[in-house]
Design a protein around this ligand. Structure first.
Ligand code: NIG
Ligand code: FE
Length: 422
């Protein structure tokens, strides 16, 4: 799948230019081109610049031409932290939390992740794929062109592999690109209760098969009090890294355990959640170039205090934003709500939030060289808004402002084809 398309006369082309994570102040630099155009040939960005400069002498034969007057053109969003392949739902738990029970209390009495594990073990591959497809469609409609997806609802060999294989299948049939992460260490399953070290051993034994089968690019762990310790996480990471997997970590979400420090120490690509990250952990992540991936929808849904996004950027971190779509702590794939919450409750500017959802999201999945910005040579993954500026995204709170999504130069989602002149 790849196409030839020209977008012209855009009120603004927000390039988010760059080929690596943006840290600290760099996050404000969006590289905006007013009255801009983008030329995509064979699915790759061939040219980006002022409409009259790049199009005056250009032969548009063989291209679909779209006029984006009064519209903003952005890179496709990268949702770099999701758990979108799962069976069953947990609407009751949401209601229990409203009644005062905490996420960890529900988990410790056998609900939470274990609940989804039961449903995911039972579900067939076809059923998981059907549900996954529906969720991908919805993510695409919000402008997401690449998504990271985690296993972690199997917690046994066969179901973990099943989740990863479903992602591989979906990647082949859906326009959204899927980057898979192995999160076998997501929780201790009931059959290993009180034996978390042995369970980590089992997860470590699965690593070679996952690497050989190219079933995951990342190894992730839920490093949390009463789940997996910093030592256990490090043990898993050292094996995973030696086998060539890149690392991600659910860190310092409920308590300050030291996950961010560990991320910096082992050279993780990203550390995620970070609601309780320490000052030292933040400085270490900034120095080590670990992308701090913040998930404001989860903090919002759990009624927790938000991560210190403003502080992290001021300390020089590269911050990414993602949805954390999952059936428990955050059943939402709403990019506009992520954007608005990041601005309203973590004090990110709209410029920083956009960087966090594009080039820094790409960096969080090791893809800053190929996606996440509108730069020559990158994939032609674009979003066209129905408004003239990216600033409408947080301003139109929680409402989808995406009009058209282009993946590798092809229109894969649109609210209306009426303005498309091919
Ligand atoms: O990222 N924190 C751990 N894991 C997921 C939630 C998983 C679940 O509740 O099903 C998260 O929030
Ligand atoms: Fe998560």
């Amino acid at each position: 799948m790849s196409g030839n398309i020209i977008i012209k006369n855009a009120a603004q082309v927000v390039t988010c230019k760059g080929f690596k994570a943006k840290q600290g102040r760099e996050m404000s630099d969006l590289g905006i081109i007013e009255n801009g155009a983008v030329i995509i040939r064979d699915g790759i960005v061939k040219e980006v610049g002022l409409s009259h400069e790049i199009l005056d002498d250009f032969d548009t034969h063989g291209f679909t031409v779209m006029d984006a007057a009064n519209k903003a053109v952005l890179p496709g969003f990268v949702d770099s932290h999701t758990h979108f392949v799962f069976g069953g739902y947990r609407a009751d738990e949401f209601a229990w939390r409203l009644g005062g029970e905490s996420y960890m209390e529900i988990m410790n009495r056998g609900g939470g992740i274990a609940n989804t594990v039961r449903a995911t073990r039972k579900a067939s591959k076809d059923e998981l794929a059907r549900l996954g497809l529906k969720r991908l469609d919805s993510m695409l409609s919000f402008g997401v062109t690449t998504v990271e997806g985690k296993s972690g609802y199997g917690l046994d060999h066969d179901t973990e592999i099943k989740q990863l294989e479903v992602m591989k299948r979906l990647d082949g049939i859906h326009p959204v690109d899927i980057i898979p992460s192995f999160l076998g260490a997501h929780a201790v399953p009931p059959e290993f209760k009180g034996r978390s070290d042995e369970f980590i051993d089992l997860i470590i034994r699965m690593l070679p098969e996952i690497v050989e089968g190219k079933l995951a690019e990342f190894c992730d762990v839920f490093c949390e009090k009463n789940v997996f310790s910093v030592d256990q996480s490090q043990r898993l990471f050292l094996k995973a890294k030696a086998l060539g997997l890149k690392l991600k970590i659910h860190a310092d979400e409920m308590v300050q355990l030291g996950g961010s420090e560990l991320a910096a120490k082992v050279g993780a690509v990203s550390a995620d959640h970070l609601l309780k990250a320490s000052d030292r952990g933040i400085i270490n992540m900034a120095r080590a170039g670990v992308v701090a991936t913040l998930l404001p929808l989860t903090a919002f849904g759990l009624k927790e205090e938000f991560a210190r996004g403003r502080h992290m950027i001021d300390q020089g971190c590269a911050v990414a934003l993602a949805t954390d779509l999952n059936p428990g702590s955050c059943f939402s794939e709403s990019i506009p709500l992520v954007f608005a919450l990041a601005c309203l409750y973590m004090d990110l500017t709209p410029e920083e939030a956009l960087t966090a959802l594009t080039i820094n999201g790409a960096a969080a999945i090791g893809r800053a060289h190929t996606i996440g910005s509108i730069d020559k040579g990158k994939l032609g993954d674009l979003v066209i808004l129905e408004f003239p500026s990216y600033r409408f995204i947080p301003y139109h709170i929680g409402v989808n402002t995406v009009e058209t999504v282009i993946k590798r130069g092809e229109i894969v989602f649109t609210k209306s084809l009426a303005f498309c002149d091919s």
